[in-house]
Design a binder for this molecule. Structure first.
Ligand code: ADP
Length: 266
């Protein structure tokens, strides 16, 4: 699969963004948003400018994960048009439906409204110059994914899955979706999240709670790059809930796992 060609459409849309990476999962709750948030921070560590677009209209996580719940972005006049300025936190430019409307309202939107919200994230948000735009996609494969992929010139997709069979089955649907002729989005690889658990008092033990190496095996079977394993770690969950992603903690083991993953999709 070739990297998506620079079509005329692609150049007109977000011309100031160098690379757009979509983070996908087939199933909810596997850590897609956690991976997207920490990937964004890992990519920004060496001075790159990074944006994070929370396209998960029905379950926006960015406001909580970045501790900006209830904040509202500013507006700016650009050539007579009112543009939304992304919220800045930890050096990342953030946009989420949760920053624009009451979260309770967005969850009942029908497909067309959700799709038009995503289009607005492209046309009405002043992203400015970015080295990377990470997109936290809605889980699953549906209309909204097609809209997103047809609206945004995505350079590649990262698939997040736990090693569990039900999650892997849905990850396969995602691989098939990105490969469809009308989308043809390059799959950058698969990240296996929640790979194992190591209790602090037994540092040499690994418990494969969701099964062993299911993600790794799937990547091999589909001949896509395996981007690494992220264990189940309390710091990851706590960081997400506290609005400070684990990449900003002092958990060097987890940070190294995310950095190695980020290096592979740069
Ligand atoms: P998704 O976006 O796929 O729905 P989230 O990123 O919101 O999933 O993660 C679901 C929950 O699991 C969150 O509370 C998050 O903090 C937690 N979580 C995700 N990955 C890990 C991990 N590797 N270790 C511990 N908790 C995790």
């Amino acid at each position: 699969q070739a990297e998506q060609p620079e079509t005329a459409q692609a150049r007109k849309i977000l011309p100031q963004v160098k690379k757009i990476i979509a983070v996908f999962s087939g199933k909810g709750g596997v850590g897609k948003s956690t991976v997207a948030a920490n990937l964004a921070i890992a990519l920004s560590e060496n001075g790159a400018k990074v944006g994070l677009m929370d396209a998960d209209i029905y379950g926006p996580s960015v406001p909580i994960m970045f501790g900006v719940r209830g904040e509202r972005p500013m507006m700016k006049d650009v050539n007579g048009k009112g543009m939304i300025v992304p919220l800045e936190k930890y050096g990342i430019s953030l946009m989420s439906i949760g920053l624009l409307v009451d979260e309770k309202n967005a969850v009942v939107w029908r497909g067309p409204m959700a799709s038009s919200a995503i289009k607005q994230f492209i046309s009405d948000v002043e992203w400015g110059e970015l080295d990377y735009l990470v997109i936290d996609m809605p889980p699953g494969t549906g209309d909204i994914h097609l809209t997103l992929m047809q609206t945004v010139p995505v350079n590649g997709a990262v698939i997040v899955s736990t090693p569990q069979d039900v999650a892997l089955a849905d990850a396969k649907k995602g691989i098939a979706m990105f490969g469809q002729a009308q989308l043809n989005v390059k799959v950058l690889g698969l990240v296996e999240n929640m790979s194992y658990f190591t209790p602090p008092e037994l540092p040499d033990n690994k418990y494969y709670i969701f099964g062993k190496e299911g993600g790794k095996n799937l990547a091999e079977e589909y001949e896509i790059p395996f981007l690494g394993q992220i264990p189940i770690v309390q710091n990851i969950r706590e960081g997400g809930d506290a609005g400070k992603p684990v990449m900003l903690s002092n958990d060097e083991i987890v940070k190294t796992a995310f950095r190695e993953f980020a290096d592979k999709v740069k």
